[in-house]
Design a binder for this molecule. Structure first.
Ligand code: NAI
Length: 517
């Protein structure tokens, strides 16, 4: 461990939302903290606000009164920038503007000692660019916390081109000593989380734009089947569409308009209208007086089918389909095992047969396309779930040529197993599969391009945005071969470079490897 000793002074510049949180965490960890801001009274307000937080933590028994008082006594206002002279680590959390940050770091270099580390909490500016032109650019590093700082465990430790590896290691270990979960990243647009999480929002917008379902239904599927805490639309309403749209735009522009990151015209409309989400009373949903909660759409109850079989011996099964079969059997549904019918010799055997309907896990083709390929008009697809044993909802789609009675039999089957069933229009990849495949694709490219390790990208999404599982671990669980097939089929359907398969996913598929052994 090369963490800063507790007796070294930490300075925090900028005492807004982030600076106050960073100061609180550093003080609780035992450091004397000097807090500076150009705005009159901002520091006093931040220290008073932290005192209130400590009061609540003491009430809840999370921290003793003595520890809270001691931590509070370690917080000091710096009247001028020169007062941070003795700091071993300065964390900058001022306005997100390159020129202002550069000017601050140049001023700091004239004040602090040569071995003082200069860290920036920037979420979107290149650490390399902030350090450029300084006398000692090797001591500049990103220390990117997430909001609210005391609650979010992730810290991205971002190295620019000039950053000294020892400096990054010290900041990493110091963040760990402060109780955080740090990960190393190379300074690239969006660092890890703000890049890796883009598909979560982007695929939501794509689904909405293609009229797969309304926001409430897509959100419910992503939450109840995908296991995410919130669906994309309710989350963006919380973040604010102005903020979310501007992050998407900045990542899109920084990657020279890579279609992977294309912003959505639907979100632009919301921003143009001033429908920014919760904070303005309207976003994808309405809030405030008189607003009613929109329920997700679920299929009406259907009869339990008489006949269900599972092609367990046909070589079509995968981990997800096996888990679905277990859920059906655990619900007391008699699922017979069957070998593929003669007629399927040249086509794919369905995973399940249900009163004549052929049922498959989505592979990134539409049900309609798959029905034609397999000469089985009554084709129904089901979506990925994080955990089929406990999911409360599942999304399905059926082929345009499917007999409604056959579709209803599949709905009845899934309802008998305890799922609420949400029918999406016949979009390729459905909702959870498509989102997870694109998250894994982006995560794989991040690793492929040396931004961070596979472990780091999964940790970043677990701890920085609370995903239920790291996307690369999820790809391992679904099977990399299946994820590659989904992406390949999405790419073929849309003919867009957006769905191109990451070279690292292809390579893992070809070698039979996994991201996490
Ligand atoms: P904020 O607007 O709440 O606070 C910024 C503070 O910096 C203000 O009190 C302002 O008076 C002060 N300030 C501005 N210029 C200054 C200067 N030259 N010297 C000293 N103080 C100065 O902003 P917030 O949200 O705390 O963000 C701060 C930084 O953290 C930005 O770089 C932002 O991108 C980054 N960040 C923000 C996150 C968020 O969710 N708000 C998450 C992660 C990073």
């Amino acid at each position: 461990m090369s963490a800063l000793d507790q007796d070294r002074i930490v300075a925090v510049i900028g005492s807004g939302a982030m600076g106050a949180g960073i100061a609180q965490v550093a003080a609780v960890a035992g450091h004397t903290v000097k807090l500076y801001d150009t705005r009159p009274d901002a520091v006093a307000k931040a220290i008073a606000d932290i005192a209130k937080v400590f009061g609540k933590l003491v009430e809840k028994g999370r921290i003793s009164g003595a520890d809270a008082n001691a931590a509070h006594a370690r917080l000091h206002a710096a009247a001028t920038l020169a007062d941070v002279a003795g700091a071993a680590l300065v964390v900058e959390a001022i306005v997100e503007n390159l020129d202002v940050k550069r000017a601050l770091f140049a001023d700091l270099e004239a004040i602090v000692g040569d071995d003082c580390i200069l860290a920036t909490n920037t979420s979107s500016i290149s650490v390399t660019a902030i350090a450029a032109g300084l006398r000692r650019p090797q001591r500049v590093v990103g220390m990117h916390f997430f909001n609210p700082v005391p609650l979010m465990a992730l810290v991205e430790v971002v190295s620019g081109l000039a950053t000294d590896a020892g400096v990054a290691a010290t900041v990493h270990d110091t963040a760990a000593a402060w109780g955080k979960n740090p990960v190393h990243a190379r300074s690239t647009p969006g660092f890890i989380v703000n890049r890796a999480a883009r598909p979560f929002y982007a695929e939501g917008w794509r689904l909405l734009n293609e009229q797969a379902a309304d926001p409430a239904t897509i959100d419910a599927v992503v939450r109840e089947a995908g296991g995410f805490r919130m669906g994309p639309f309710e989350l963006m309403d919380l973040i604010g569409h102005d903020v979310n749209y501007s992050v998407t735009q900045s990542v899109f522009q920084a990657y020279y308009n890579d279609p992977r990151f294309t912003p959505s015209v639907l979100q632009k409309e919301l921003v143009d209208a001033g429908f920014l989400g919760r904070k303005s009373g309207r976003g994808c949903y309405r809030y405030g007086d008189g607003a009613t909660t929109v329920p997700p759409r679920s299929e009406a109850p259907q009869a339990r089918p008489e006949f269900v079989s599972y092609s367990a011996d046909a070589g079509v099964q995968d981990a997800a389909t096996d888990a679905m079969a277990r859920r059906l059997r655990q619900a007391g549904i008699a699922v017979s095992s069957r070998k593929p019918a003669e007629g399927h010799a040249s086509a794919e055997a369905p995973a399940f047969h249900c009163n004549g309907a052929a049922v498959y896990l989505t592979d990134g083709r539409s049900a309609t396309e798959r029905a034609r390929a397999n000469h089985h008009p009554d084709t129904v697809l089901f979506d990925l779930a994080l955990d089929y044993a406990s999911a409360t909802r599942i999304a399905v789609a059926c082929a345009d040529q499917c007999d409604p009675a056959a579709f209803n039999a599949v709905v009845g089957l899934l309802q008998a197993a305890g799922f609420a069933v949400s029918r999406l229009d016949d979009v390729p990849g459905l909702a959870v599969m498509r989102t997870v495949a694109m998250l894994a694709n982006e995560a794989a490219d991040i690793v492929h391009q040396g931004v961070c390790s596979a472990q780091a990208v999964d940790t970043a999404l677990l701890k920085g945005v609370n995903y239920p599982r790291g996307p690369l671990a999820w790809a391992d669980a679904v099977g990399i071969a299946h994820i590659v097939t989904v992406l390949h089929n999405l790419a073929a359907t849309y003919g867009e470079d957006r769905y191109r398969v990451s070279p690292l996913l292809r390579r893992k598929h070809a070698s039979g490897g996994r991201f996490h052994e």
